[in-house]
Design a protein around this ligand. Structure first.
Ligand SMILES: Cc1cc2nc3c(=O)[nH]c(=O)nc-3n(C[C@H](O)[C@H](O)[C@H](O)COP(=O)(O)O)c2cc1C
Length: 370
């Protein structure tokens, strides 16, 4: 396996940005060394990558409990799911809950979406005046990539790629109002006929963004097809600020491929982390050119159980239904998982969900010696 380039000054710059503003908990990166703890039956030591590896913002997924698990498995930086700037501005209680960040999930950034420069600026000011401190939130990211019709129909998310001048005013307003760096996450373009990521990146840089994340798909593609690494490479070479490559990082090899084909300063994983926070260990092993011993089914199921416990303690037992999809992802590919999924979908409370997963783990352990 090729060793990834580790001496990219923009990766160092990105590490610095992510460490700023009280996010001093960004862990030191391990120099090297094979990850053999698991083979020796020990809990694996947390390792880090030569470039920052970030957990993507994901609505309905990257809550506090999940962010904590990802940090534990070696992710360098997490984001809240996207939060409505106007919801925060008008003090919507549920929206405010989305930005509650504990120490164990730091360093963490808040992602905002909105299409009104003045409201964006007021929200950023209010955020730091009333809701969080600069020690809690390392970065504010502005979502200019979400493809969901309920977002784009209001002119938010990837709809802003069709209005780069307005997008620039939003970024400028946020930069002026914010005590922490502003980053922007966007796509390849609205559709194949209007690919404009390079021009958009230059606009975001000149508007004051500190770093950019590019998902190499158009809005029209939603999540289909493959992320365009050549396009991300063009963006990387067209701006002076760090660019994070995003799209289809489902393995350590895919992370290496993204790094080598684009020269990006950092990597961001989204769907690859669903039900698999261990992906951050795999990426770190691949980038550090280390052997990797995957977790046993027992370790994966123990992690799923901890996820349920943390989730329920944060959201209350009534919210357990949101954990169903996570459990389905954790058990994917395990023998008997279809039956477990069926039962999980009809269980009635968090206690029942925990009992089902515990029984599944114990059964798998006694039959398969996992
Ligand atoms: C369920 C789900 C929710 C998402 N929510 C957000 C979000 O809140 N903000 C955002 O910028 N992107 C969001 N995304 C997009 C991801 O951050 C990421 O850009 C995209 O999934 C491509 O990365 P991947 O190929 O590693 O999944 C979401 C994606 C998924 C699958």
């Amino acid at each position: 396996m090729n060793r990834a380039p580790v001496n990219n000054p923009k990766s160092e710059r990105l590490f610095e940005l992510l460490r700023r503003a009280g996010a001093g908990s960004l862990p030191q990166r391990a120099a090297s060394g094979a990850s053999l703890e698991r083979e020796r039956g020990e809990a694996p030591e947390k390792r880090h990558s030569p470039v920052p590896v970030l957990l993507a913002p994901m609505a309905g997924i990257t809550d506090s409990a999940f962010r904590r698990l990802c940090i534990e498995k070696g992710c360098d930086f997490t984001f809240t799911e996207m939060v409505s700037a106007s919801g925060l501005h008008y003090k919507n209680r549920k929206t405010q809950e989305l930005i509650s960040i504990s120490d164990a999930e730091k360093p963490c950034g808040v992602q905002l979406f909105g299409h009104d420069p003045a409201l964006m600026a007021e929200t950023v000011q209010r955020l730091f005046a009333e809701l969080v401190s600069v020690r809690e939130v390392a970065v504010i990211d502005i979502n200019m990539g979400c493809p969901a019709p309920k977002i784009t129909s209001n002119g938010d998310g990837s709809a802003l790629m069709k209005s780069p001048a307005l997008a620039g005013r939003i970024i400028e307003a946020a930069v002026k109002a914010s005590p922490v760096p502003i980053s922007v996450k966007f796509r390849k373009g609205w559709d194949e006929a209007s690919v404009n990521a390079v021009e958009f990146a230059k606009m975001a840089e000149s508007s004051g963004a500190s770093f950019l994340t590019v998902h190499g798909r158009t809005r029209a593609q939603m999540y289909s097809g493959t992320a365009d690494r050549a396009l991300i490479a063009e963006v990387v070479s067209s701006v002076n600020i760090p660019v994070v490559g995003n799209g289809d990082i489902f393995s350590g090899e895919a992370a290496l491929d993204m790094l080598e084909k684009t020269g990006c300063a950092g990597l961001m994983a989204a769907r690859g982390a669903q039900g698999d926070p261990f992906i951050f260990e795999r990426i770190s092993a691949a980038l550090n050119n280390e052997n990797y011993t995957p977790p046993s089914e027992k370790e994966r199921l123990d992690t799923a159980l901890r996820h349920i416990e943390d989730y329920v303690s944060g959201h209350g037992g009534g919210a357990f239904a949101d954990m169903r999809k996570h459990i389905a992802w954790y058990v994917k590919g395990m023998c008997g998982s279809n039956e477990l999924r069926r039962r999980v979908n009809t269980c009635k409370n968090a206690r029942e969900l925990t009992a089902l997963v515990t029984a599944f783990r114990d059964e798998r352990e006694s039959f398969a010696g996992i």
